[in-house]
Design a protein around this ligand. Structure first.
Ligand code: N01
Length: 557
């Protein structure tokens, strides 16, 4: 029989939930995990759209916590496909015997903190009630899809597919007329694949995106061997990378506008040829210096114009209303080339907005586009959407939804004041989506497990974020984000993609190494900014000063 009294409940069995379960078991805790899907994998379980793959290199997008796991798993391509990443998640679950503590096809509906006994009561849509001392939300950052509010959508006669909820049996578009709405990462990966299959494809673009080539390729034996022989060192270097990834090539460590046009162009050309998101790291200031950023923007536009044969289509595909990186940069395999195909049409929604969906297709201000199938590549209610669907109630009957009414707040992105013993894995206010997610997941899970272990060692029952510390963290995050280009884009990073969602920059942009230093300083300062069993929280470190302190390795270099 399933246990209804446990030490910890973990919500979600993606990479965060799997590793959390493994770590807490290692501490001797009894754990129950609830997962809405029928299997493990989280985002990689749901996002099965054609062409789905990771845009972090596969050798880096993997767990580092177990050397045998590192050595025994082999990736077949530079960027792993969704099925391969899902197989990896399944392998992790089996290898560490995790499934026996996971209840699949079970959605957590509420979590309520009991002030009298200091425990969480968690309920599910299966009618279960489980009590736990700790509750960990490993619910993912991009796990609630954004179904656009377009009039008539429910009356479309054909099938409507959402990239983030793709049918498990796959979809055959052969001979069909297909309309795709959206041109973010998911669309950019799926459009070339759908175009090869469909009879006719019409793409509806609201905002053009900056896209760099992935240059995906089969994994070479030598590359894999090099990684496996040097994993320890490479993982250490990963943690020194701003985004928790190894630098690609040899980035020039000078400001972008301090070099001549030819040298700058050469740097971008090298990044373009190497492929991947590293293009954005060609110079260290591209996310800060708007003039420098514009030179990269123009470089990408030049590549689009050189690739797309129809000049009007090329212009439409050229982003011109936001800096590079302020919306998530995308990487592709043949995206722009796809618009040279006879069976592909691009519709710019700025000139002809969608008015409605009829039973036959998409109707814009200018004309009707009939189709047999509709694909919504319209993204997610990011960072907060999934937590908002769970009725989470903390001290004094305060709900998380109300606490976050003006935008999410969480001290270090790990805990919310007023919600004791409730932990967030890669929550708002942490590097999360601005980093290699596996690196950030491992850090948060290790921190949460270390915190629980410390509480147990000192015989303490309850830890909670101090409201003043949370406020300071919010201010620090805003101060770090202000000089960057990030707030300039109308993106899901800021909640701008969801009508009525408060606009705040939801991730921490101080970089992975700086954020880790701050977390380490907080831990070393006796969990500074956290109140333990009602005692006053230890004083905060100066976040900005810690952020700017060189790491020992940097200092020695
Ligand atoms: O979603 P998005 P996504 N009418 O929000 C448009 C990660 N990811 O699923 O930009 C018309 O980026 C919207 O237009 P606009 C990655 O972090 C990773 O593609 O708001 N259009 C936009 O074009 C990524 O950033 C990987 O003007 C509408 C698109 O839909 C994140 O997931 C792969 C609309 C949504 O783009 C989300 O990517 C895939 C409407 N009503 C995803 N509503 C890899 O690792 C929205 N749009 C490779």
């Amino acid at each position: 029989m399933e246990r209804t009294e446990v030490d910890a409940v973990v919500v979600g069995a993606g990479f965060g939930g799997l590793y959390m379960l493994h770590k807490l078991r290692g501490l001797g805790l009894i754990v129950r995990v609830f997962e809405a899907g029928h299997d493990v994998g989280g985002t990689w379980y749901w996002n099965r759209y054609p062409g789905a793959r990771c845009d972090v290199e596969s050798m880096e997008y993997s767990f580092s916590f177990d050397e045998d796991l590192e050595q025994e798993w082999s990736w077949t391509e530079r960027y792993a496909t969704q099925p391969e990443i899902l197989s990896y998640a399944r392998h992790v679950a089996d290898r560490f015997d995790l499934r026996r503590d996971i209840s699949f096809s079970t959605r957590v509906t509420s979590a309520t903190f009991g002030e009298a006994n200091g425990t969480w009561l968690v309920t599910t849509d299966k009618g279960e009630e489980v009590r736990a001392q700790y509750c960990v939300m490993a619910t993912g950052c991009l796990s609630t899809v954004n179904r656009p509010d377009i009039p008539g959508l429910d009356g479309f006669a054909g099938p409507v597919y959402q990239t983030g909820l793709w049918p498990h049996e796959g979809v055959d578009f052969t001979g069909k007329a297909v309309c795709v709405i959206g041109t973010g990462s998911s669309a950019i990966q799926s459009i070339p694949v759908i175009a090869r299959q469909a009879a006719q494809l019409t793409v509806f673009q609201r905002t053009a995106n900056y896209v760099a080539p992935a240059r995906n390729q089969p994994m070479s034996e030598a590359y894999e061997e090099h990684f496996k022989a040097n994993y320890k060192d490479l993982r250490r270097k990963q943690l020194q990378g701003y985004f928790g990834a190894l630098p690609s090539g040899e980035p020039r460590m000078v400001p972008s506008m301090s070099v001549g046009d030819d040298e700058r162009e050469a740097a971008y050309e090298e990044g373009w040829e190497r492929g991947g998101l590293g293009l954005l790291g060609s110079f260290p200031d591209l996310l800060f210096d708007r003039d420098g950023n514009e030179t990269l923007a123009e470089f990408v536009r030049g590549k689009i114009r050189a690739t797309v044969k129809n000049p009007a289509t090329a212009e439409l595909l050229c982003p011109d209303d936001h800096p590079v990186g302020s919306k998530r940069m995308c990487i592709d395999t043949g995206y722009f080339e796809t618009f040279n195909r006879d069976n592909v049409t691009l519709v710019g929604l700025k000139a002809e907005p969608i008015e409605r969906i009829s039973s036959e297709g998409v109707v814009t201000a200018k004309q009707a586009y009939p189709c047999d199938a509709l694909v919504l590549a319209t993204g997610f209610d990011a960072m907060t959407g999934t937590l908002a669907k769970i009725a989470i109630t903390g001290r004094g009957g305060r709900t998380l939804k109300d606490e976050w009414a003006d935008g999410p707040v969480a001290y270090l992105g790990l805990m919310v004041a007023g919600f004791p013993n409730l932990f967030l894995v890669t929550g708002p206010g942490s590097p999360s989506v601005l980093s290699n997610m596996l690196v950030s997941i491992e850090q948060h899970v290790d921190w949460i497990a270390g915190c629980i272990e410390a509480l147990r060692e000192r015989g303490a029952g309850v830890i909670e974020a101090d409201p003043a510390a949370q406020e300071d963290w919010l201010e620090h995050g805003a101060a770090v984000a202000a000089p960057t280009v990030y707030p300039d884009g109308k993106s899901w990073y800021t909640g701008a993609n969801i009508a009525g969602k408060p606009r705040t920059f939801m991730a921490y942009i101080g970089g992975v190494p700086g954020y880790r230093k701050i977390c380490d300083a907080v831990t070393a300062g006796d969990y500074a900014g956290f109140a333990i069993d009602g005692a006053e929280a230890a004083p905060l470190p100066d976040f900005m000063a810690v952020l700017r302190t060189p790491q020992p390795a940097e200092a020695a270099a």
